[in-house]
Design a protein around this ligand. Sequence first.
Ligand code: UDP
Length: 327
Amino acid sequence: MHVLITGGAGFIGSHLADHHLARGDQVYVVDNLSTGSLANVAAFRGHPGFRFAEADILHWNGLGEAVAWADRIYHMAAVVGVKKVLEDPVAVMSTNMTGTERVLRAIHHGGWNPQVIIASTSEVYGFNPQSSFAESDYIVLPSAGRLRWAYAVTKLADEFLAFSYARKYGLHIVVARLFNTIGPNQVGHYGMVVPRFVRQAVDGDPLTVYGEGTQTRSFCDVRDTVVALDQLAGCPEAWGEVVNVGNDQEISIRALAELIVQRARSTSPLHFVSYKDAYGEEFEDVTHRRPVLNKLRALTGFSPEWTLTRTLEDLIERERAKIRRVA
Ligand code: UDP
């Protein structure tokens, strides 16, 4: 199979590349290296099935050719991370909407009907006060002044764009609403809690718990996520559907911090930081976020292999190995 991955040098994209190369597929990655990095794809360089283009999805001349080559497309290229969104909302709007429309238009003009995954996010549920979310639940988003939500709005626009193209041109598109994803190669610069806590615990630094740590998340190992995305793309019943992708084991951020300290046998204390100090005035955190996975399970039989504890132990060990290599 020929697999095109936009944003393929990013965290999830590079795991998709790994997954498909291991299966003997041809993989073409395009990435502008804004949040992705060459280090994430370094291991694939020289692999006969691997091709890489450093390009911005908004301007890439090779897009039409790459799309026409592909049997499957994972559109992962996006500006992600709350900090990035507040730093540069214009880049978020352009990349996440114009970029997606360019990809969809290229697919339509390619005259070929590849399997397509459009990556969306659990952020689209917005302010909905429920604690767990099914695909048919209401989306609650604020008016335009609150830029913290720009990311969610662009991803929701992507969902509507994808469905418009799918409906009008009969394209084989699945919208995957990704919940919190963790695993090797995820970086903490843009706020992601697990790499930050793992690093802090291994270094013996305080773990920076925002608020009181009562907010909850459900973390899915990226190695499970890529299996789910692969299965969804190849599942005709999933085409034209929006599907939650994640793990439904929920944990509070405080309990997560305690678990990481314990598994790392660290002496790090928990340090409670106010949201205002962490993110500035504009930020609003989501209090609970757990996916309802009935649809994903019905379509693919998905059952995650990685428990949270096992993933954390793996990440702690990798962080320690990194330090040993530097020393
Ligand atoms: N968080 C935290 N300390 C950190 C980074 C994040 O307590 O150093 C919290 C954050 O406020 C949020 C949760 O951890 O409630 C998950 O944050 P992340 O940015 O990983 O994902 P998202 O908020 O997008 O779910």
